[in-house]
Every structure is written in C-alpha cells, then in structure tokens.
Write a protein that binds this ligand. Structure first.
Ligand SMILES: [Zn+2]
Length: 302
C-alpha cells in the first residue's frame, strides 16, 4: 500500500464518504435525504411525513408537519437549505395532521389541494380546534401568528405543476382515505408520494366511505409509474414494496371475508373469527374491525 492505509480502513473511509449525507448542514435526525435537494421529515412512524423539495425557482413542500413543533423544525431546516421562498405547498390530504402547519409557510406559499379539501379543512380546523392547538403550545413563539390556512387552488382529478427544473404530477385518489387525497408523481426523480392510500406495517383507518377496490386501483396506478421511491403519508419512505405489501394485505382480506360471506357468516361473526397472521406485527390493530367492515362492503356490495 503506497499510503500505508489498510484496505479495511480505506473501505471504511469510502463507505463513510458515500453514506454521510452530502449536504453541508446537518438538518437533524428526523430528516432523510431522498435525492439531491429532496428531504423528507419523518419524526415518528405514526406521524405524517412532510417533504422539502428544492428547485431552481424556489421550494415546493408536500404537507406541513404533523404537529406545530414538527412544522417549526421543518421551517428551521428550510432556512439552512435555501434562501429561496416556498412557492407551493401541495397537500396529500386535508386532515389536520398534514395541514395545520400551513401558517408557517403561507404567504408566500400557494396551497394546492384536490377539490373538497377546503371544506374538509374548515371542519378540521374549526375555531374550537384552533383555540385548543394554540393552548397546547404556550412556549412555541411561532404560534403567535397561528391561523388556519386553506388551499388557494383546488384542482379536479389531475394537475401538473412545473417549478424550475422539476415537475409534479398530481392525481386524485378516490375514496382511499379522506375527501381529497392526492398522489404526487415526480417523473424525473421517480418518486411517488402515495398519501394515506398505503401505510407501512400499519392498518389504515378505513372510514365508511373508503373503498378497498378504489385503493387497489390507486396502488395499481402508482405502481404503473414504476417508482424508485415511495413516500407514504405516514411511515418510513421505501420502495415499491410498500405498495406491494398493502396490495397483498387487501387482496387477502377481500378473499377471506369473501369466503366467509359465502358461508353465510354475519359481519359480527366474521369480525370475531377472522385472523390475519400475516399482519400480526402491524400497528393500529384497533382499526382491524373497520378494515373488515370495508372488505364486507366490497364483497357484498353493501
Ligand atoms: Zn388523514
């Protein structure tokens, strides 16, 4: 060895070089770099993800943090990354755990969501809830400007946004979680933001209007993009396996509930009997009964 460095040391140095985040500033332990200029904030697997996307013409955010302290952390990271303004903030869904943080970025950010989001957000961030949120964080100085911020633009079905060198293809996801779920596909970067249509080892809360068949269609559509990275609404970003796992789970659930319906079992009977050992290590087991209800609706057409 000419420099007297052992291969093992050299390998370790090289490994460190390639695994150390390439950005100069440390954004903190909850940030993960997905690609050059794209950082996801994932504080806790159960909490919502928020993503910072730098472009040559300013920043695009996807969702704005689970709770106000997350939003403040997101704003702090942004300051370290760029002096460019947040141009757009795209909502994957209108629920408060994705939208409460808008006040920190808008203005100047223009908020984009699917039709129905504004109505839903007005209900979610009603005056009573706003008072509660403010009371919850007496020591957070940024809260003094807190107010609910609803979308400036609502699109229907699909919309393409071009900001600097990046493009964002938004697609409505019908009946997967809320009134206004949106998948966002970045074709050059090969990243799909899947909203709450899928979870990561976690049962989704399937409200009465949610249709598993629409969710399976949404999964198929997103897989059709051939994404390299899948960022769910909640849970660690990963590969297309996130879509595959969810598809497998719902397919099995429909099969098993369907077989029991054929044996004339009642919904209550199915809830008592049905086991899903494949999802034994999943979080949010209290939602399993409403998953069975959704499957029952799907197979009986009720
Ligand atoms: Zn939600």
């Amino acid at each position: 060895m000419r420099f007297g460095v052992s291969p093992a040391v050299l390998a370790a140095v090289l490994a460190a070089l390639f695994t150390t985040p390439a950005w100069a500033q440390d954004l903190g332990p909850h940030f993960k770099k997905l690609k050059e200029g794209i950082f996801v904030y994932a504080q806790n697997p159960a909490d919502s993800n928020a993503t910072i996307i730098l472009t040559s013409e300013g920043v695009v955010l996807i969702d704005s943090g689970h709770r106000p302290p997350d939003t403040v952390a997101l704003a702090g990271a942004l300051k370290k990354l760029t002096s460019l303004p947040v141009r757009y903030l795209i909502n994957t869904e209108p629920h408060t755990d994705h939208t409460t943080g808008h006040w920190m970025f808008s203005p100047p950010a223009v908020i984009i969501a699917h039709a129905g989001a504004t109505e839903s957000m007005k209900q979610g961030l009603n005056p009573e809830r706003v008072r509660k949120i403010i009371a919850e964080y007496p020591d957070l100085k940024e809260m003094k400007n807190f107010r609910p911020v609803t979308p400036h633009i609502e699109f229907r079905d699909r919309m393409t946004l071009q900001v600097g060198d990046r493009s964002f293809e938004m697609r409505f996801l019908k009946s997967v979680h809320s009134e206004a779920d949106t998948a966002i596909w970045m074709p050059k970067e090969r990243i799909v933001f899947a909203a709450a249509s899928v979870g990561v080892k976690r049962f989704s809360n399937l409200r009465p209007f949610v249709r598993i068949t629409d969710t399976l269609d949404a999964i198929k559509m997103m897989r059709g993009f051939n994404p390299e990275i899948v960022v769910p609404g909640h849970g660690a970003p990963g590969t297309v396996k996130i879509l595959d796992d969810m598809e497998k789970y719902y397919t099995l659930l429909l099969e098993r509930v369907g077989a029991m319906v054929k044996q004339d079992k009642s919904l209550d009977g199915i809830k008592k009997e049905l086991r899903m050992p494949e999802a034994d290590d999943w979080q949010g087991k209290d939602r399993f009964p409403n998953n069975i209800e959704a499957a029952y609706r799907a197979v009986t057409g009720k």
